[in-house]
Design a protein around this ligand. Structure first.
Ligand SMILES: C=C(O[C@@H]1C=C(C(=O)O)C=C[C@H]1O)C(=O)O
Length: 445
């Protein structure tokens, strides 16, 4: 089942016939250190990012892209990328995970969502890893606009992006009070034994006075949340602390989060809260479901898995989470995207048992999650890559790029209190709310 929005058709048509041509050259590490500042102004849909602590990948332009919908959307994209990788003409002077041609991807949470799944192959990618920096340019061989070996562009630090003005937040599908009612309904279904856990989300509609410069959001998120992966793919922008899967040279890792407590800003008090989170039976139970769902999904692809029995507490600026890093040795040739497909949706964003939780989500949330809570990340021609879960994020409207829709959700178990969950979801909106409103050092205001 494939449906291609009009804008994606030309590149897809070329894509099925003509090989990608890519060239990777080393880059001055000093330039690489300014990774996000190298990104030029482009429409939201043509900017890509996957950056953590100043390292990672940024890209812009579209050499090719592919969109798919329906339950097999990730398999379709995986097959498309495998074929594009197989036929690509690659000149790579750096050769490490993330060099050569890469695709950034973003996938709808629900199989039936109109948002579908998209892979974007940028024309230009800059990567930094372990202090080594590189530049990849990609063209399509038969495109008259691109030379057979793409021209390496001049890179430089760009004019600082400017922040949005006249930012207004409005309730999305449900007001906080109605959403609290949905949480109460979910708790009663859990206590009556119909399911163990369900993750319920809510949304906010944000309007601004002009086209949102995604680079502004990326800078602000990277400054405030340096332990997260700051991402942008096809207009979806955010800072996720949760790594669904990393595949690198035969090793598979995943960072599972579930169980949350809000920070107060008082470090001593926060440490006491972290200790109480680590002992909270409600949060430990919620966490256990999420870890089990990831370990079970990875098991068929892995040998010698390491699943720690006790979670650690991950500190972010706004919240703290119970976290577990799962690792395994890959025994088949499943790509990063195929692994993401077998993990999605984990109990961290869906619930347990999965089909019941999914039905409850569809019934009680009253919204399409779009690509929130779906896999987001990148994949290289060897199938290595990283996919996070798209959390703490917003989707810039394709029709009106001055608007963005924000999402946040919470795991609901038997012990959940609706008003506490409203407060937790508000805390999870903070990264995007602040990025949209608080002036930063680069502010032009
Ligand atoms: C659903 C979200 O976060 C998920 C739910 C969590 C929880 O309920 O404790 C914690 C981390 C994430 O796995 C979100 O941020 O929107």
């Amino acid at each position: 089942m494939t449906s291609l929005p009009a804008g994606d058709r030309p590149t897809d048509a070329i894509a099925s016939a003509a090989p990608l041509v890519s060239r990777t050259v080393p880059l001055d590490p000093e330039l690489g250190a300014a990774l996000l500042s190298l990104v030029p102004h482009r429409p939201a849909r043509d900017l890509c990012s996957w950056v953590r602590r100043g390292e990672g990948l940024v890209g812009w332009g579209r050499a090719a892209s592919r969109t798919a919908t329906g339950p097999d959307r990730m398999d379709e994209l995986d097959a498309w990328w495998a074929e594009r990788s197989r036929t690509a003409v690659v000149r790579d002077e750096v050769y490490r995970p993330g060099t050569g041609p890469i695709a950034f991807g973003s996938v709808s949470y629900a199989a039936g969502s109109r948002a579908g799944a998209t892979l974007v192959v940028p024309e230009v990618v800059v990567g930094v890893r372990g202090g080594v920096a590189w530049l990849t340019t990609v063209g399509v061989e038969s495109s008259p606009a691109v030379a057979a070996v793409p021209v390496t562009p001049e890179l430089g630090v760009q004019q600082p992006p400017s922040g949005p003005h006249d930012v207004a937040f409005a309730d999305g599908a449900l007001s906080p009070a109605r959403w609290a009612g949905a949480v109460a309904e979910a708790v009663s279904r859990i206590t009556s034994g119909r399911l163990d856990k369900v993750v319920l989300a809510r949304d906010l509609d944000v309007t601004t006075s002009a086209e949102i410069d995604v680079r502004w959001l990326l800078h602000r998120l990277a400054e405030a949340y340096d332990t997260t992966w700051v991402f942008a793919v096809d207009g979806l922008v955010g800072a996720t602390p949760e790594l669904l899967v990393r595949r690198e040279k035969g090793l598979v890792t995943s960072r599972v989060l579930a169980g949350t407590i809000r920070r107060t800003g008082d470090d001593e008090h926060d440490l006491a809260l972290a200790a109480s989170l680590a002992r909270s039976s409600k949060d430990l139970e919620e966490h256990e479901y999420a870890v089990r769902s990831v370990a079970e999904a990875l098991a068929p692809h892995c040998s010698s898995m390491n699943v720690p029995e006790v979670p650690f507490v991950l500190h972010l600026s706004n919240v703290m989470h119970l976290a577990t890093d799962v690792a395994g040795v890959l025994v088949d040739d499943a790509s990063a995207l195929a692994l993401a497909a077998s993990l999605h949706p984990s109990a961290a964003v869906c619930g347990t048992p999965r089909p019941v939780a999914d039905a409850v989500i569809a019934e009680l949330e009253h919204m399409d999650r779009g690509r929130y809570a779906g896999p987001v990340g990148w994949i290289d021609a060897a199938g290595d890559g990283e996919f996070g879960i798209a959390l703490r994020c917003g989707a810039v409207s394709a029709e009106d790029p001055s608007r963005i829709r924000l999402f946040a959700g919470c795991g609901i178990v038997a012990g959940s209190v609706p008003d506490d969950e409203v407060a937790e979801s508000s805390a999870k909106f903070v990264p995007m709310r602040d990025a949209l409103t608080a002036p930063g050092p680069r502010s032009s205001r």
